[in-house]
Design a protein around this ligand. Sequence first.
Ligand code: SAM
Length: 277
Amino acid sequence: MREQTGPDGWREANRARWDERVALHTASDYYDQDEFRRTRDVIRDFEAAEVGDVTGRSLLHLQCHFGQDTLSWAYRGAARVVGLDFSEPAIETARDLAAEFGYGPERAAFVAADVYDAAEAVPDAAYDIVYTGIGAVNWLPDLVGWAETVASLVAPGGFLYLAEFHPLADVLDDKTGSQVAHDYFRTEAWDEEAPGSYTDFEARTVHNRSVEWQHSLGDVVSAVVGAGLRVEFLHEHDMTLFQRFGVLRRGEDGYYRFPDDRPRVPLMYSLKASKPA
Ligand SMILES: C[S@@+](CC[C@H](N)C(=O)[O-])C[C@H]1O[C@@H](n2cnc3c(N)ncnc32)[C@H](O)[C@@H]1O
């Protein structure tokens, strides 16, 4: 196991931050738990199209938060889903939701563990699909170690599917998204005090330290390839899931895009990488 280094106390600070945000998120409009209980499915249409039919497959969701996406894959027919997250309150909430939906642990299991310990922590040796993203890799200091862990958990003939916010969006200025304001190649952690959450920027919170890392698209792809997976596709998307920049407009499909008179840059990307059978 490679050592993950970062600013002192980064992991504990991030975990305390996420622990505190679970209750905030389950009560938020963003995650709309009432609607989720009704639809049981929050998978974005591009993810569903790119992942394909999951019927009868086993799926591991790394950094699953409180399990909405994980349980959605079960609803979509995955035979067995396992969600992993280092936040105990998130995992407890996910387990409660699974029980409420009538899924026993054989159908939907949730594990509290660090993503770098996933290979030892999850109940099965490997999965048909390892699914992750939507704000996941930015919490990880070491992509090579992450990719090695992921690759070890993909069953022969299976694949990794990662959908993430595009690193180019992180270097643009927050207001207009038109100026390069930050270094694309930054390797140093962003170690900041950031109260609230993306579900409510005004929320009063106590554990506000956030330690995150930027990962270039090249580093993500190289880590995945270096771990022995074969990249099937890398798609860049002109939309994102929230008001990332003030100028973005929400479309009828619910995604946020630059207005028609603005040149576009990619705001998200998705990658599928397989392990030979
Ligand atoms: C933005 S959320 C993931 C988003 C998820 N797709 C969702 O919206 O429900 C990021 C998750 O990563 C988890 N996390 C952060 N660092 C982690 C680590 N080192 N190991 C395991 N989980 C981690 C957090 O607890 C949090 O639930």
